[in-house]
Each structure stands twice: as structure tokens, then as C-alpha cells.
Design a protein around this ligand. Structure first.
Ligand SMILES: Cc1cc2nc3c(=O)[nH]c(=O)nc-3n(C[C@H](O)[C@H](O)[C@H](O)COP(=O)(O)OP(=O)(O)OC[C@H]3O[C@@H](n4cnc5c(N)ncnc54)[C@H](O)[C@@H]3O)c2cc1C
Length: 411
């Protein structure tokens, strides 16, 4: 099979890739290959589906008609097992060889499960990153179920939120001293932890699972916890094996330049499988969030089709609600913290070199996009009325020229 464009993946980065290509090239052939058998769906919604808040139909990331509208030939339920950037080919698990002119690797990430004794024999043990995972958990659900979740990060807490009202007990076990340790500091995590406890969740922090036995786990403090459903949500790792095997440069993700081009000619990469430059902390890291994946994919697509685009504004943004309690974090915790207490929560800002580097907001998050823009644009805080902005995000705190320029359209 021959194609002008080949895309491996069918999620945010891949869809961004399709749209980016079609912004420039309306006609040439696009082939999209993905090992999941489904039309593209919004991965963050798997927990809402499990909770019963959305049905399958409303989990779509794009309507099933998207592929026809954008002229995309799909090979779903098909895994790419190797790529050869020199020959410009990809091989699939059903033995097909696809020859491409431009390739986009948008393979995302996979869940990391630590090497725990007995985990491979464990019954009713799941990871929680795909629709298949969510379906597996749903099948195992009973009102009497005792659930143990290993990992108190975003994915573990989303699984917990989905399950807490449907089961008998739910325990979160995490080695760190707080939940969401990669995005929350201790003070803000305390507020979230109290909320989780109020919902009926049991938190076992500074604790790990040492062994999985017959429907029970043994913790590092020696305690034994029976379980009916065990979820591993310790973290994810970029799917970079295809690229690595083909000799493409990788670190904590596939390396790309600002055009999303990898170290191999005509091979682009985007999304959770890549390493990005975090402008808020000035470090290179894997930033596994959906908007990043889409924008990187779109950038890659435009460049693959001969256009010109750069993606140079990566930084982590996490927004989540746990039962109507909202949490928004962005950027890094570099610099001096500034705390603002609000009637329903707390806002914490991190400031260095007269710039906002990051924030954490628990409670009211309306118009917080203004703070995100300050980080993205590296705006000098001395050029805005920062004190009033910190109290309430409002455009009036900006100089009129700035308001007219781009902030107004962003919100
Ligand atoms: C429970 C949960 C909640 C989340 N909540 C949020 C949130 O609130 N906000 C946010 O920004 N992000 C959230 N995320 C993260 C977000 O879902 C990811 O950042 C996003 O899906 C990344 O998109 P991607 O296209 O890079 O990769 P993925 O979504 O991982 O997709 C990878 C694709 O590659 C395919 N694939 C992989 N290897 C191969 C192969 N060898 N051959 C063929 N196909 C292959 C897969 O089938 C899949 O289609 C959440 C994730 C989870 C699991």
C-alpha cells in the first residue's frame, strides 16, 4: 500500500495531524493506523463513562463521519510493529507494508505498572487509560466491591471519582506524602485530601503495595487489604519503542524540533509519545495532556503538507473536578509563592523574574485562562495590575493596548 501521509495513532495528536494536513493539502491520500478498534474518542471521558455521566455516543472526540469528511483511510484494530525511515515504510501486525512520503508518530503513552510480586497473576486487576480498561472495570463492579487504587495522581483520582458512589469501599495507596504529588504542593494537596476523605475515600499515603495475593494486597506497612477490584494508576510512559527501534533520537519521549520533526527525515511525532520543552520551568519533559497533543499534531500536519508552523509554547495545564470540587494547575512551582484565600478555596501563584511561572487553584476557576495566558506569553507582571489580577482575573488589569491585542480573543 502507498500513501502520501501515514499517521500512527487515532487520538488527539493524530486528529490534530489530520486537521493540520488538510489546512494545507486538501487532496492527497492520508492513511491512519491505530491498534484500538474504535473511532476516535476522548480519553479523559473514560472515567465519566464509568461513572455513568456520559454515554458511549458522547465520548466521541470527533464524529465517526470525520474520516470521510477529511478523506482519511483508516486501518483500525491494526498495530504498527516497525517503521523504516530509510525505506519510508511501516509494517503492520497483519503483515502489510505501507510506503509513505511523510509519517506522523502519534502513539501516545502506556500505563506503567511497577514490578510487584504477584501482579501478573492478579485477578480483577486493571490499568485505567483506555475505553477497554473502563469496560473491564465496569464488568467487575458490584455494590459490595472493595476497590484498591494504586496511585493518587490524576488518573487514579479520576478512577476514584467514577467509582466512589458505586462501591462499598475505596482505598487509594500512594508512595508520596500527598495526592497529585507532581502538580500539587503539600498545602493545596491537604485541601484536596480532606475533600476526598469527606467523599468516603480512604487514603494510605507514604505507603506502597508490596505483594498481590489471592484477592488481597499486602502493603509496605505489613497491612493486608482485601480487594475485589485493583487499579494500577501509577503513571504513564511514552510509546517510543517504534521510534527507538528505528534509530530515532528519544529521551523521556521522542525528540522533535519546534516543527515536530524528529531526527529522521520526513518523520514527525506529536503528543504523549514526545518530549516537550516546558517553557514555565525551562526544562525538557514529557507533558501528557490533551491540548498539547492536539496542537503538536496540528503543527506536525501543517509542516508535513509543506506549510510552516511551530509549536513552542508547551507547559503543563491540568484541570479536574472531583465531585464539583474544581482544581486547576498550570506551569511550574518555580519561584516565590503568593497565596490568595478565596471564599471557596485557595489560589497559589508562583512568580520568578517578574513573570508568572505557575499556579494552583482550588475552588472557583472562572477566567483562570487569563493566568494561563500570562504564563504562555511570559508577560512581565510589572506591566499589568498584578495585585488586582491575583485577587480576581479580569481583563481591566491589563493595559488597553494589550486588551485589544490578543487577550480579549483568548477569552
Ligand atoms: C483517565 C484519564 C483522564 C485524563 N484527563 C485529562 C484531562 O483532564 N486533561 C488533559 O489535558 N488530559 C487528560 N488526560 C491525558 C490525555 O488523554 C492525553 O494527553 C491524550 O489522550 C494524548 O493524546 P495522544 O494522541 O498523544 O495519545 P493517546 O490518546 O494515548 O493515543 C495514542 C493512539 O496511538 C495508538 N497506538 C499506539 N501504539 C500504536 C501502534 N504501535 N500501532 C498502531 N496504533 C498505535 C492507540 O491506539 C491510540 O489511538 C487523561 C488521560 C486519562 C487516561
Amino acid at each position: 500500500m502507498k500513501t502520501k501521509y501515514l499517521i500512527i495513532g487515532n487520538s488527539a495528536a493524530a486528529i490534530g495531524g489530520v486537521q493540520g494536513i488538510r489546512e494545507v493539502d486538501k487532496r492527497s491520500k492520508i492513511v491512519l493506523v491505530a491498534d484500538e478498534p474504535y473511532s476516535t474518542y476522548s480519553r479523559p471521558l473514560i472515567s465519566y463513562w464509568l461513572e455513568g455521566r456520559v454515554d458511549r455516543e458522547h465520548m466521541v472526540y470527533r464524529n465517526p463521519d470525520f474520516y470521510r469528511q477529511y478523506g482519511v483511510d483508516t486501518l483500525l484494530g491494526t498495530k504498527v510493529t516497525a517503521i523504516d525511515p530509510t525505506r519510508h515504510t511501516a509494517t503492520t501486525d497483519d503483515g502489510k507494508e505501507i510506503t509513505y512520503e511523510e509519517l506522523l508518530i502519534a502513539t501516545g503513552s502506556h500505563p506503567f505498572v511497577p514490578p510487584i510480586e504477584g501482579k501478573d497473576q492478579a485477578k480483577n486487576a486493571f490499568t485505567f487509560t483506555t475505553f477497554d480498561d473502563a469496560q473491564g472495570v465496569k464488568k467487575a463492579l458490584t455494590p459490595d466491591a472493595k476497590v484498591v487504587i494504586m496511585g493518587g495522581g490524576l488518573i487514579g483520582l479520576k478512577a476514584a471519582e467514577a467509582l466512589i458512589d458505586q462501591v462499598k469501599s475505596l482505598t487509594i495507596v500512594d508512595l508520596a506524602d500527598r495526592v497529585m504529588p507532581s502538580v500539587l504542593d503539600s498545602e493545596v494537596a491537604q485541601v484536596m485530601q480532606q475533600h476526598l476523605k469527606d467523599l468516603g475515600m480512604v487514603l494510605k499515603l507514604k505507603t506502597s503495595i508490596k505483594r498481590v495475593g489471592n484477592m488481597s494486597v499486602t502493603l509496605s506497612d505489613g497491612a493486608k487489604l482485601p480487594y475485589d477490584i485493583l487499579i494500577f494508576a501509577v503513571g504513564t510512559r511514552p510509546n517510543q519503542a517504534l521510534a527507538e527501534a528505528a534509530g530515532i533520537d528519544c529521551e523521556r519521549g521522542i525528540l522533535t524540533n519546534e516543527s515536530q520533526l524528529t531526527s529522521a527525515a520526513d518523520v514527525y511525532a506529536a503528543g504523549d509519545c514526545t518530549q516537550s520543552h516546558d517553557i514555565s520551568a525551562d526544562v525538557d519533559r514529557n507533558i501528557a495532556i490533551l491540548p498539547n497533543a492536539f496542537m503538536q499534531g496540528e503543527t506536525a500536519g501543517i509542516n508535513m503538507a509543506g506549510g510552516q508552523a511551530v509549536f513552542d509554547k508547551a507547559f503543563p495545564v491540568n484541570s479536574m473536578g472531583i465531585k464539583d470540587f474544581y482544581l486547576l494547575t498550570a506551569g511550574s512551582t518555580e519561584g516565590q509563592p503568593q497565596i490568595v484565600n478565596t471564599p471557596d478555596g485557595i489560589r497559589k501563584f508562583y512568580i520568578a523574574d517578574d513573570e508568572l511561572k505557575g499556579y494552583m487553584i482550588l475552588g472557583e476557576c472562572q477566567r483562570a485562562g487569563i493566568y494561563t495566558d500570562l504564563i504562555r506569553q511570559k508577560t512581565k507582571l510589572s506591566t499589568v495590575d498584578w495585585n488586582s489580577l491575583a485577587e480576581a482575573p479580569k481583563l481591566m488589569a491589563f493595559d488597553v493596548s494589550v486588551r485589544k491585542a490578543d487577550l480579549a480573543q483568548a477569552h
